[in-house]
Every structure is written in structure tokens, then in C-alpha cells.
Write a protein that binds this ligand. Structure first.
Ligand code: ADP
Ligand code: MG
Length: 375
């Protein structure tokens, strides 16, 4: 009998995600191309028959407790991902959560652009949903997790990370329309090429504030465009030609943000076509163009990321590279010929060490399933 009502404990695996192309596009209503990966956060949840939740993170080597009758934001950042999810489940399904203990253990790097944050939110949401038979749909788990990040953590993220973490499919990319939330599975076939992430191991503290700034800058640019074209709903959907019309009306920064967004939308559509046609060279070229746009027009890159991307341009076995995630640190994503991965990693690690006296962490990525219950 698998009556979920009688479950006293549940185990969950919640993956990180990559995004091939379509960066900073989700909150601009465009197309993105993410996938869940084979690195995960693991949760073990148990009912404890009280009105208190007790959370332990092995990665932090810390634990905290809170009363389910009084859920409010904490001064400790990582608590807020959990508290936010509990708060938003309470809003949607009052009194659905009773006391529980939760142990968390992860092999995802934190704060490196593979969205350990969404893995944490969606994992706890899925676990509570199972443990207490709350009946949340996948889409509710996605939006609760996104809302937790907005209201408790303070990052005004889009929907992509949570969507990829919940809806990811092994060996597939999700071509997600962030306006309608329709998505199509694209076979993750890169031919002779392998995805390798290179973690800069830097996280410049601009990340959250500049992320929210970019979102605001894009909203402002859209408002100006809408004065002339009221039917334009999202910035990513405005064509680059139309954006050009507004060069005299927008500040240089706003114009650049809008132009990047519009061009990145086209690149994502073209990159998906290239991938489906197994034209990996074009796909890789679009990754490089995406990085140029992120660095020069959107201004979310940093010296370390630029160094790594530029370095690969002299290595013929690498056909594309770009920064991935919010920016100001984290990882680059690289498409590297399978026969050349070991040599490439050794060379670029040494160059990075020499340039910044920092350690580079390579992450070889396979594409896995979304958040799941472990038996
Ligand atoms: P990213 O989502 O790219 O990993 P963020 O800065 O958005 O980067 O999220 C990282 C934060 O998520 C961490 O600083 C921490 O607060 C929280 N977090 C992620 N994984 C864990 C974990 N295993 N235990 C506790 N907190 C975690
Ligand atoms: Mg995050």
C-alpha cells in the first residue's frame, strides 16, 4: 500500500540546473533553454508530531528551528529559502504542515550559478507536499518556490530556475516560453561535445543588488517602448529593429539592456534550431555572442568570467563558452570536444591560477531528471 497519508518520512533529490542560452531572459518574458543536472541536494524529512520544524544542513554544519505558528524572515540567509517556502505553502493551503525534521546534504556548489537556491526551495516544497499529502501541483511548487525567493530572500528572480528544477527530464533541454510557461523538450545531443562548467569560485557581492537593478532597468525600458507600442507585453518579445528605434529616447544603459535582451531572445531561438539540426558550430558561436552581450551590453560579467571565456577562444577543441547564471562570478559553461576534456581542464586551471592565484573547479555535467522522491 502506498497511501501517502500514512507516510512518516520521505526522501527527496532536487537537482541544480544549467542554462544553455537565454540568460536574464526569464523575467523578460522570452525563451530560455535550461536543463536539470546530475548534481543534487538530498532531503530527509520526518514528521516529529510537534508544531516545530527543525532543519539541519550538513553543508552549513548548522541547524535551526522555528514554530510553524509564527513563520517570518530570518537574518540568516539560508534559513529564508526554507521559511519562505513554508510561508507560501501556508498562504495557499492553510494548516497543511505539521511539525517535521529535515536533514539536508548536497553536492551542488553554493552560489555558483547552478541554482542551489532553486534546488533548495523546490526540494523542501516537494518534500512537504509528499510528507503531508498537501496536493500541490508541479506549477504550484514552482511558483511557491519562486515567491519564497522574492519575498523572503529578496532576489526578484524569474521562473526559469524553479521550472527547470521541477520539470527537468534526463537527457533533455527544456525550451521554455517564460511568458506562457509552455515548454518543449529538446534532445540534449551535442554530438562529440561535452558540457563542462568551470567554477570561478568567486562571487562578487554585487550579484543580488545588480540582479534586481537589471530587472528594474528592463521594466523601465519596456515602459518607454510601450508608450509607442502598447501591445508589447515583454521586453524579450520586442524585435531588435524596434529597440533600435528607441535609441534617442532611452539612456545609453537602458538602450543597451533592451538591445541585449532582444538579441538574446533571437539567439536562443536560433541556437535551438542549430541544435536540432546538429549544427554544433553555430550553436557554439551563439554561446560566444551571448557572452559578449552579457559582458558589454548587459554588464553582468566580471574579470574572472571574461578571462575564462576569452581563453577558450584559442583552443580549437572548444566550440563555445559563456558565463552562466546571474553573473558577477559563478560558472562558465563550455562545449568541449570529448577527446580533449582532460587536457583542456589542466591547461585552463593552470592559466586561471597563474592569472588570479585562484583555484578553478571543473564540473562535468550530465543532464538528469527534475526533483524526485527517492525510495
Ligand atoms: P545559486 O542559486 O546559484 O547556487 P544563490 O546565491 O542564489 O546561488 O543561492 C545560494 C544560497 O542558497 C546559499 O548561499 C545558501 O543560502 C542557500 N543554499 C544552497 N544550498 C544549500 C544547502 N545545502 N544548505 C543550506 N543552504 C543552502
Ligand atoms: Mg540562485
Amino acid at each position: 500500500m502506498t497511501d501517502t497519508q500514512q507516510k512518516n518520512e520521505v526522501r527527496i533529490a532536487s537537482p541544480g540546473r544549467i542554462n544553455l542560452i537565454g540568460e536574464h531572459i526569464d523575467y523578460n518574458g522570452g525563451f530560455v533553454l535550461p536543463a536539470a543536472i546530475d548534481k543534487r541536494i538530498y532531503f530527509h524529512l520526518k514528521k516529529n508530531n510537534t508544531h516545530t520544524a527543525k532543519i539541519y544542513s550538513k553543508n552549513m554544519d548548522k541547524e535551526f528551528s522555528f514554530s510553524l505558528e509564527n513563520v517570518h524572515p530570518s537574518k540568516t540567509e539560508w534559513h529564508n529559502y526554507i521559511l519562505g517556502v513554508v510561508h507560501h505553502i501556508h498562504q495557499l493551503k492553510p494548516n497543511s504542515i505539521q511539525g517535521f525534521d529535515c536533514d539536508i546534504e548536497s553536492n551542488l556548489p553554493l552560489g555558483s550559478g547552478v541554482s542551489s537556491s532553486a534546488a533548495l526551495e523546490c526540494g523542501i516544497a516537494k518534500g512537504l507536499n509528499e510528507l503531508f499529502s498537501i496536493g500541490l501541483t508541479d506549477l504550484e511548487i514552482i511558483t511557491i518556490s519562486r515567491d519564497a525567493e522574492h519575498s523572503f530572500v529578496g532576489t526578484k528572480c524569474g521562473i526559469m530556475d524553479q521550472f527547470a528544477v521541477v520539470k527537468g527530464k534526463k537527457d533533455h533541454l527544456l525550451l521554455l516560453n517564460c511568458d506562457t510557461l509552455e515548454h518543449r523538450l529538446i534532445k540534449a545531443d551535442f554530438g562529440d561535445y561535452q558540457i563542462i562548467l568551470l567554477n570561478t569560485n568567486v562571487s562578487h557581492n554585487l550579484a543580488t543588488s545588480e540582479y534586481n537593478n537589471r530587472r528594474e532597468e528592463c521594466e523601465n525600458a519596456l515602459k518607454v517602448i510601450q508608450e509607442k507600442y502598447p501591445n508589447e507585453k515583454y521586453l524579450a518579445q520586442v524585435s531588435p529593429e524596434k529597440v533600435e528605434e528607441f535609441k534617442p529616447n532611452l539612456s545609453e544603459k537602458s538602450f543597451n539592456r533592451a538591445l541585449y535582451t532582444s538579441q538574446e531572445q533571437q539567439r536562443t531561438i536560433n541556437a535551438t534550431k542549430a541544435l536540432e539540426q546538429k549544427d554544433f558550430k553555430t550553436f557554439g558561436e551563439l554561446l560566444y555572442q551571448s557572452h559578449e552581450g552579457l559582458a558589454n551590453l548587459y554588464e553582468v560579467s566580471c574579470t574572472e568570467l571574461d578571462f575564462l571565456v576569452n581563453y577558450t577562444k584559442n583552443i580549437p577543441e572548444v566550440i563555445g563558452a559563456r558565463m552562466m547564471g546571474g553573473g558577477f562570478g559563478g560558472c562558465t559553461l563550455n562545449l568541449v570536444h570529448k577527446d580533449a576534456t582532460a587536457g583542456f581542464i589542466t591547461k585552463i586551471e593552470a592559466a586561471y591560477k597563474n592569472e588570479f592565484n585562484l583555484t578553478l573547479t571543473p564540473i562535468i555535467v550530465a543532464i538528469g531528471d527534475g526533483v524526485s522522491i527517492q525510495y
